[in-house]
Design a protein around this ligand. Sequence first.
Ligand code: SF4
Length: 198
Amino acid sequence: MGVTRRQFMKVSAAGLAASSVGALGFVGAGEALAAGVRPFRLEKATETRNACPYCAVACGVLIYSMPDGTAKDAKPKVVHIEGDPDHPVNRGTLCARGAASLGYLHSANRLQYPMHRKAGTDKFERVTWDFALDRITKLMKEDRDKNFIAKNRDGVTVNRWLSTGFFGGSSLSNEAGYLTYKFVRSTGILAFEDQARI
Ligand code: SF4
């Protein structure tokens, strides 16, 4: 019979309490104590496996979410994040940054959508992803057309684009990191920082 981690912890806590008190001769007290053991607080939460987004170590995390409110269609809200004991990279451990990722997730300062500051203003406005991607593409093309270096001073083909750099991300999987690398290098960009798990 398969036993989940949370079932194991619940049964272990109750069993330990009952056996310790029973061994001291308090017949019946063990059961009473076991009955008072509080249920695992994440028992009703949905558990999701993922990877910490902060750095290229890619520690495994368990993310627990519960409905945000009592409404039938309440959206799930993440209530707890901890290291995944079954993950081969970290075996349940997290560094200080990973252990604090619940705060990062719910931070009011977290950027969740593209923002644009028009020329001549000091305010950022929310824009759509279509707008942001079109604008980035247009600016990249303009810059590349203007600054691309096909040959160096000696006439050797170099195909370099040195006036734009590119950031990947530590959350990239091997495959996404590989494709990002291929795309960026195919444009001639040399200034590329990826931090992918490759
Ligand atoms: S828990 Fe720490 S070491 Fe692990 S991926 Fe996150 S930031 Fe990196």
